[in-house]
Design a protein around this ligand. Structure first.
Ligand SMILES: *[C@@H]1O[C@H](CO)[C@@H](O)[C@H](O)[C@H]1NC(C)=O
Ligand SMILES: *[C@@H]1O[C@H](CO)[C@@H](O)[C@H](O)[C@H]1NC(C)=O
Ligand SMILES: *[C@@H]1O[C@H](CO)[C@@H](O)[C@H](O)[C@H]1NC(C)=O
Ligand SMILES: *[C@@H]1O[C@H](CO)[C@@H](O)[C@H](O)[C@H]1NC(C)=O
Ligand SMILES: *[C@@H]1O[C@H](CO)[C@@H](O)[C@H](O)[C@H]1NC(C)=O
Ligand SMILES: *[C@@H]1O[C@H](CO)[C@@H](O)[C@H](O)[C@H]1NC(C)=O
Length: 330
C-alpha cells in the first residue's frame, strides 16, 4: 500500500513540475509585445530595402522576405509629408488615408510601411477568447530621410480630420449570434475594440495593427495546450498575454496573481502529498502492529516462546512421553 502511494507520488511529480513551469510560460507570454516590436523592426528593414531609388507616391512590395515569413506581405510607400497632409492617399492596399494626417516630429519625407501578417497574425497578436476573421494588417510611419537606416522609431502619426479607413478583403463571416468587431493594437500592444462598418471596414485615427475578430467563447473551446492537474488548471490560465485596454499594469497584476496562484497551488499539492505519505507510513505501522498482535493472539494457543528479543511459536513439552510399550504384561 505504501509502495503504491509512493508510486503515485512519483507519477504525479512530472505534473507538479509541469504546473510549476507554467509560471515560466506566463513569463514568456510577456514577451509577445516585445516580439511584435521586434517584428516591426525586421519588417521596416525589408520594406526599406524595397525602396531603391523610389518614386514618391508609388507602392513597393518587399520581395525578398526570409522563407519563414511565408504569407506575410510587406510594402513601403514614400511620401512628402506636406502632400500627405493636403491630399491624403486614397488607396494604400486596404488603407484609405484621408487628408489631415500630421506626424510628430515633423519630417520632410515619411515612409508608410504596410504589413499583412497572414498566418503569423495570431502568433504576434494573440487575443484570448477571440477568433480572427481577417489577417492582422499594420500601418506604421517612419522618417523617410535615410533609406538605409534600421531600428527606426515610429513617428507619432494622427488623423486630425477624418479617420483612416481600413477595408478588409475576404473577411470570414461571423458565426450566427456573434458580432464581428474591429480590434486595434497600438504600438505599446494595448488593444481596443470598435464597431465594424459596412461589413468589412474599420476606422482609426492612429497607426498600429488592425483586424476583425469575433468573440470565441460561444465557440467550442480550443484544445488545452498542456495537461495540468485539476487543482492547478485554473491558475495555469492561458499562456498568452492579453493586451488589455488599460495598458500593461492590469495584465502585470494578473500575471503576479497567476504566479502567486501557481506557487500556492504547488505548495498545497506538496502539503497534500506529504500528508498522504505520512498517512501511508502510519497505516503501514498500524498494519504491522495489528499483524504482530494477531500473531501474538495466535501465539497464545501456539505457546509463543521468547527467544532473545523475538517471539516465536514453540512446541511445549510433549504431552505424552514416548515410552516403550510394556503392555504385554505377562
Ligand atoms: C504588391 O502586393 C499587393 C498585395 O499585397 C498586390 O495587390 C500588388 O499587385 C503588388 N504589386 C506589385 C507591383 O507586385
Ligand atoms: C525567422 O528567422 C529570423 C532569423 O532566422 C528570426 O529572427 C525570426 O524571428 C523568424 N521569424 C519567424 C516568424 O519565425
Ligand atoms: C476567456 O473567457 C473565459 C470564460 O468566459 C474567462 O474566464 C477568461 O477570463 C477569459 N480570458 C481572458 C484572457 O479574457
Ligand atoms: C543612414 O543610416 C545608416 C545606417 O544606420 C548610417 O550608417 C548612415 O550614416 C546614415 N546616413 C545618413 C546620411 O545619416
Ligand atoms: C457599436 O454597435 C453597438 C451595437 O450595434 C451600438 O450599440 C453602439 O452604439 C455602436 N458604437 C459606436 C461607437 O458606434
Ligand atoms: C478604447 O475605445 C474607447 C471607445 O472608442 C475609448 O473611449 C477608450 O479611451 C479607448 N481606450 C484606449 C486604451 O485607447
Amino acid at each position: 500500500m505504501g509502495l503504491l502511494l509512493w508510486l503515485s507520488l512519483l507519477i504525479s511529480l512530472p505534473h507538479l513540475l509541469n504546473s510549476l513551469s507554467s509560471t515560466t510560460t506566463t513569463v514568456t507570454a510577456v514577451a509577445t509585445t516585445t516580439q511584435a516590436k521586434a517584428l516591426d523592426a525586421i519588417l521596416q528593414h525589408y520594406a526599406y530595402m524595397a525602396l531603391i531609388t523610389p518614386i514618391t507616391g508609388a507602392i513597393y512590395n518587399a520581395t525578398n522576405l526570409p522563407s519563414n515569413f511565408t504569407g506575410v506581405k510587406v510594402a513601403a510607400l514614400r511620401l512628402r509629408s506636406g502632400s500627405l497632409r493636403r491630399r491624403g492617399f486614397s488607396m494604400y492596399n486596404e488603407f484609405q488615408i484621408p487628408k489631415g494626417i500630421i506626424e510628430k516630429p515633423y519630417v520632410t519625407r515619411l515612409v508608410l510601411v504596410y504589413h499583412n501578417l497572414g498566418d503569423l497574425s495570431t502568433r504576434y497578436y494573440s487575443l484570448p477568447n477571440y477568433t480572427y476573421l481577417a489577417p492582422v494588417l499594420g500601418l506604421l510611419a517612419y522618417d523617410g530621410s535615410n533609406l538605409s537606416a534600421t531600428n527606426l522609431p515610429e513617428l507619432n502619426v494622427k488623423a486630425s480630420a477624418d479617420p483612416i479607413n481600413i477595408k478588409f478583403q475576404d473577411v470570414k463571416s461571423a458565426p450566427d449570434g456573434t458580432v464581428a468587431k474591429c480590434v486595434w493594437f497600438d504600438l505599446q500592444g494595448s488593444s481596443n475594440f470598435t464597431n465594424v462598418t459596412g461589413g468589412n471596414t474599420c476606422s482609426t485615427t492612429q497607426q498600429g495593427h488592425y483586424s476583425i475578430v469575433v468573440e470565441s467563447t460561444a465557440l467550442p473551446p480550443a484544445p488545452a495546450p498542456a495537461p495540468l492537474p485539476p487543482a492547478l488548471a485554473p491558475s495555469g490560465g492561458s499562456p498568452n498575454l492579453k493586451p488589455s485596454g488599460k495598458g500593461e499594469s492590469k495584465s502585470n497584476k494578473k500575471k503576479v496573481w497567476i504566479i502567486v496562484g501557481s506557487v500556492l497551488g504547488g505548495l498545497a499539492l506538496l502539503a497534500l502529498l506529504s500528508l498522504l505519505v505520512l498517512w501511508a507510513h502510519k497505516y503501514k505501522q498500524k498494519k504491522k502492529i495489528q499483524q504482530m498482535e494477531r500473531a501474538a493472539d495466535v501465539g497464545e494457543a501456539l505457546h509463543m516462546a521468547s527467544i532473545g528479543d523475538t517471539r516465536a511459536p514453540a512446541a511445549t513439552v510433549t504431552r505424552t512421553q514416548p515410552t516403550i510399550e510394556h503392555e504385554y504384561t505377562p
